[in-house]
Write a protein that binds this ligand. Structure first.
Ligand code: ZN
Length: 133
């Protein structure tokens, strides 16, 4: 894994959370992007070499809606950048981690992504991401 690419935070309202994080980080939101397949809208902030991703549900069946229902708003996942996501998926599956996808899928911010089940990772939802070139 190369670095922490971003930290994902589930929010109930981007309209409230974006100005809050702009104040907190003292840096503007540089992009918002809808990910239709996940029923989320994302908002990104750069923080040095890494990013903060805010996630708002756009429908009741969104994973973010269900997460907030169970746990409330807050830290949702940590994303690690990898140089070859398929290789890393194979390596982690061989180590006994449960992958939530068989194949990398398109995520926000021009990435291929795959999530690991939190039951194997101390309760932390881990995202692997690889920049699409
Ligand atoms: Zn993410």
């Amino acid at each position: 894994m190369l670095k922490i690419e971003h930290i994902g935070i589930a929010v109930t309202s981007l309209a409230d959370a974006v100005p809050l994080f702009e104040k907190l980080l003292n840096s503007p939101c540089y992009k918002t992007e809808a990910v239709a397949s996940e029923q989320v809208t994302t908002a990104f902030f750069r923080q040095g070499d890494t990013k903060v991703e805010l996630l708002e549900a756009t429908g009741p069946n969104s994973v973010i809606a269900r997460f907030i229902e169970r746990k409330g708003a807050g830290m949702h996942h940590i994303a690690f950048e990898v140089s070859n996501i398929e290789e890393e998926m194979q390596r982690l599956a061989a180590e006994g981690f449960t992958l939530l996808q068989d194949k990398p899928k398109p995520g926000a911010d021009n990435k291929l992504v795959c999530f690991l089940h939190p039951k194997d990772t101390s309760g932390v939802l881990v995202e692997l991401c690889q920049e699409v070139k």
